[in-house]
Design a binder for this molecule. Structure first.
Ligand SMILES: Nc1ncnc2c1ncn2[C@@H]1O[C@H](COP(=O)(O)OP(=O)(O)OP(=O)(O)O)[C@@H](O)[C@H]1O
Ligand SMILES: [Mg+2]
Length: 254
């Protein structure tokens, strides 16, 4: 039987007919700076952990100590205590080291054979991001990578990034977890990633907009695609409050 995992972020799951996202799916969370991409995914991990579900947050840019401090100060989410209980794991990976490791793996294997999806055989999804320091302390129900844009910027050879991201999505999909890849875009994006390929590789795309009309900006999110279920198609208003993301279906954006 197909298993659907709730995001547990405000009323987000009510926007999805199946009430959650299929286990093993990878979803791109795209939007401009400050729209709440990190908050959305951490809210999902935090509420999941309170329900006994395990979550991994892999940061490729922000320092995890700073993330813990921001989350407790802004929203009262004590991530550290959930980490101590073995329900959460926040880890930082240097994107330049990762890009370097991936590049040398590709270059070495290219010498021997042609590049294909089996390039990373023998490396599971998390060892793809763990060649330096990510540890997998438990079998996670949710995995977040923040962000693939930082990773893309660390690759000098963009073809190597494309090979890697395809392999990463393939192997993440083999886990039975709900996986979020965060991606930076414009405030009112028409392109959801810099390379334009990520949105086609993943099973779902959630877009966060910071829309401007005259002197006013309003926040709205959209499920742009979700292969596993029917879903609300229009833009839905949301706010970031002292309790995190609050989704307001039925409220006009302007
Ligand atoms: N307690 C709070 N009440 C209301 N809004 C808050 C609160 N704390 C943070 N915010 C909002 O959350 C935003 C930060 O959200 P978040 O870090 O998730 O953005 P992001 O999309 O990940 O941005 P970036 O691309 O820069 O990483 C802040 O810009 C601020 O507007
Ligand atoms: Mg962020």
């Amino acid at each position: 039987m197909t298993e659907y995992l709730k995001t547990r972020v405000s009323s987000f799951d009510d926007l999805i007919e199946k009430g959650g996202i299929e286990a093993g799916n990878t979803v791109l969370v795209s939007g401009g700076c400050g729209v709440g991409k990190t908050v959305f995914t951490l809210q999902s991990l935090y509420n999941g952990a309170l329900a006994g579900e395990k979550g991994m947050f892999i940061s490729l840019s922000e320092d995890v100590e700073k993330i813990r401090a921001n989350m407790i100060n802004n929203f009262g989410w004590d991530l550290a205590s959930l980490e101590e209980k073995g329900l959460l794991s926040l880890q930082k990976v240097d994107p330049f080291y990762l890009a370097e490791d991936v590049t040398s793996l590709i270059v070495n294997r290219q010498k021997r054979s042609s590049i294909d999806r089996s390039l990373f055989d023998g490396h599971d999804s998390l060892s793809l991001v763990d060649s330096r320091s990510v540890k997998m302390p438990f079998k996670p129900d949710r995995i977040v990578l923040d962000s693939v844009s930082t990773l893309e910027a660390a690759f000098t050879n963009k073809d190597h990034y494309r090979i890697y991201i395809q392999a990463l999505v393939d192997s993440l999909n083999q886990h039975n977890s709900l996986n979020f890849l965060i991606c930076e875009s414009e405030q009112d994006p028409s392109l959801y990633s810099k390379t334009g390929i990520e949105e086609f590789l993943v099973d779902g795309v959630i877009v966060f907009y910071n829309l401007r009309k005259g002197q006013v900006r309003r926040r709205a999110l959209e499920i742009l695609k979700l292969r596993c279920s029917d879903h609300v198609k229009e833009l839905v208003s949301y706010m970031i409050t002292g309790e995190g993301i609050k989704i307001m279906p039925g409220e006009q954006v302007f």
